[in-house]
Design a protein around this ligand. Structure first.
Ligand SMILES: CCCCCCCCCC/C=C/CC(=O)SCCNC(=O)CCNC(=O)[C@H](O)C(C)(C)COP(=O)(O)OP(=O)(O)OC[C@H]1O[C@@H](n2cnc3c(N)ncnc32)[C@H](O)[C@@H]1OP(=O)(O)O
Length: 364
């Protein structure tokens, strides 16, 4: 694989890394070694670590693949990595069956349905049997969908849920998938993932609207403070049971919630896990407007279609003027929340709470 015609940007490289995580088919060991080697070369330069022993087969194969790249420049390695991923994703797309309406519906997501119509990109969480709980794969899919939407020609972007829930928060089975490196490694990687995930909401450049079709829990609630507008069905509820789960706030809610509703109301939600009805959340400023469930979809989409016809550049610029004064602060808050959570995830309080839910001894 070679690529000299164009230079891949850091952003192309990061998108390619996300796409690798979403590959449906295992590309095989040879390709995985090539990806590993190009990644190392692109990020660290030529291989300079000691050669592993002959019996350390996996690390020796990785070392060989990296070492063989010699002095290949970092930029070329980055471009080759992007080209290789692109060849993998295009071959998997052409082998999957095209669905009717695929021009408007972007396929390739396992737990999202992403559509673009009338200037609106709609990202729908699509795991209704699990109440749209967000699995690790879904965190990556949502990041990719947001990054793609930020660059497409739609004027506004909507996040919503399929089924009776908007989102039941973090998928608690994420606590069971512990890698060989143990719980510390899992916590470290999860903190990085969470920081990137919330970062996508902080940096989203166009109007971002939440259409909260039903109850929202945990990270499904906290990230609402980073949306521009939140419409809710009167069936929706808003619950951040961090205390019950041995957790602490994320999604920048430790900063946005006190700002939106005042410190005392925010503390009741974030420390004591008080669940709000849609009308309470609206009275406290977290929700823009509540609609009776029977007319929710019709009313909201009529309004959004009208908004999507407003001049796109004016909407973008207005959003950025509002957001830019806060951006640095939000990123700092996000980093600190993730640092604290990394410790929390390894605490007995948190592990016991997750295990109680998973062994069906507890529910919210
Ligand atoms: C070291 C490890 C670190 C790992 C960290 C990962 C990164 C995390 C970063 C983000 C952190 C965010 C914090 C949060 O979001 S906290 C909130 C977490 N959510 C919950 O606690 C909700 C748990 N769910 C419930 O209490 C109930 O399911 C419900 C939502 C109140 C709905 O109750 P119900 O009676 O109407 O429906 P139920 O039968 O329970 O659910 C249907 C099936 O869906 C499954 N399910 C629902 N929610 C979740 C969930 N959050 N995680 C996993 N599975 C969920 C439920 O188990 C049912 O499945 P099944 O039919 O029994 O198989």
């Amino acid at each position: 694989v070679s690529g000299t015609a164009m230079r891949a940007s850091q952003e192309d490289f990061e998108n390619a890394m996300n796409q690798v995580k979403l590959l449906k088919k295992d590309p095989g060991n040879e390709v995985k070694l090539k990806l590993y080697a190009l990644y190392k070369q692109a990020t660290e330069g030529p291989c300079s670590i000691p050669k592993p022993g002959v019996f350390d087969l996996t690390n020796k194969a990785k070392w060989d693949a990296w070492n063989v790249l010699g002095n290949l420049p970092k930029e070329t390695a980055r471009q080759n990595y992007v080209d290789l991923v692109s060849s993998l994703t295009s071959s998997s797309k052409s082998s999957s069956q095209a669905k009717p309406g695929a021009d408007r519906e972007r396929q390739g997501y396992e737990n999202l349905v992403v559509t673009s119509e009338d200037g609106i990109t709609k990202i729908m969480l699509n795991r209704p049997i699990k109440k749209n709980a967000i699995s690790t794969q879904m965190y990556h899919e949502i990041m990719l969908a947001l990054k793609t939407a930020s660059k497409d020609d739609s004027t506004i972007t909507v996040l919503t849920g399929n089924g009776d829930y908007y989102c039941s928060g973090n998928d608690l089975t994420n606590f069971t998938d512990i890698p060989a490196g143990g719980v510390e490694e899992k916590a470290k990687n999860s903190a990085l993932m969470l920081r990137d995930f919330v970062g996508c909401f902080i940096d989203f450049p166009k109007p971002l609207i939440a259409v909260v079709n039903g109850p929202a829990v945990g990270i499904g609630v906290t990230t609402l403070g980073l949306f521009d507008v939140v419409y809710a069905s009167d069936k929706a509820t808003f619950h951040t049971p961090f205390g019950h789960l041995g957790l602490s706030p994320e999604g920048c809610s430790s900063y946005t919630f006190p700002k939106i509703m005042g410190p005392a109301k925010a503390a009741e939600m974030l420390i004591f896990g008080k669940k709000l009805t849609a009308r309470e959340a609206c009275a406290q400023g977290l929700v823009t407007e509540v609609f009776p469930d029977s007319i929710f979809q019709k009313e909201v989409w009529t309004r959004l279609k009208a908004y999507s016809k407003l001049p796109p550049n004016a909407m973008r610029v207005s959003k950025q003027v509002i957001r830019n004064t806060e951006k640095e602060k939000l990123h700092a808050v996000n980093a600190e929340e993730c640092r604290v959570l990394r410790e929390r995830w390894m605490s007995d309080e948190c592990i016991n709470a997750a295990m109680n839910f998973l062994s069906r001894r507890a529910k919210l």
